[in-house]
Design a protein. Sequence first.
Length: 261
Amino acid sequence: MSAEVGLTEIPHLWAPAGLEELVESVKVVRDPEVFSPDGPLVLIRGIRNRFVSDATVRDLRRLDLLRGEEFQVMGLLHLYPDLHPPFTVVVFSSHTKYIRVTENSRIAGSLTTLSGQLYEAIVSSSAVGKSVVGESRPRFDPEIADLACDAVHLAGFLRAVLMPRFMDVLLGQPASANRLFLTAAIVADDMRSISDFPLVGFDDCPDYVLLGHEDRCRCFTHFIQSRHGGRVIKQIYGQSELDQLSITGAAAIVRKAGLLD
């Protein structure tokens, strides 16, 4: 709503930023043509990675921004006080967002990939789609996930995402196995972003909290624990729980700003 494609654009906060910075930067809009005059429209700023004022395309790997996931992070910290930062929150939705939360509960920055939208594009607009659609989700199979990961790193991502088609047509594998292979291949390639953590100033931290798509959470958990030496301290993939994180985080910001009883 506060982005360039929303009602009005307001500048992102510079990372690091936490609850206090989000509260201090809210913008209240009163426009009866847009929103009921009975109450204000409260816009909350996103958060962008810090970069130098003379940045160029050579700095692209350092650039990133949040567009609402800061609500989920604030909601997570509010609803689960037993989670003690530092840790990295990984949000699996239309994108993947890697969000570092510091020891003092501030957002140090983020890294984003297009993974979710890429999965949907492959399923809906390529020949691979017919091989992965259908059947309920089976038990997670680490062997399939590992085969997909190895294919990405040894044969390349583009060949790996075509392999579910071969699994279907040439090996007669069920759609559920083919779908897991595709998901694992995307997650495996997605996790290459972790190598850029030092580039954006993320210090070494082994703990992860996963939010979003269940199959992607399971693949990430398997890879981070078996191949990266990290650990997943919490997973949330129920839609109602995810919605509650956003609602709680936004409400906490607005309430602390004195705009909500």
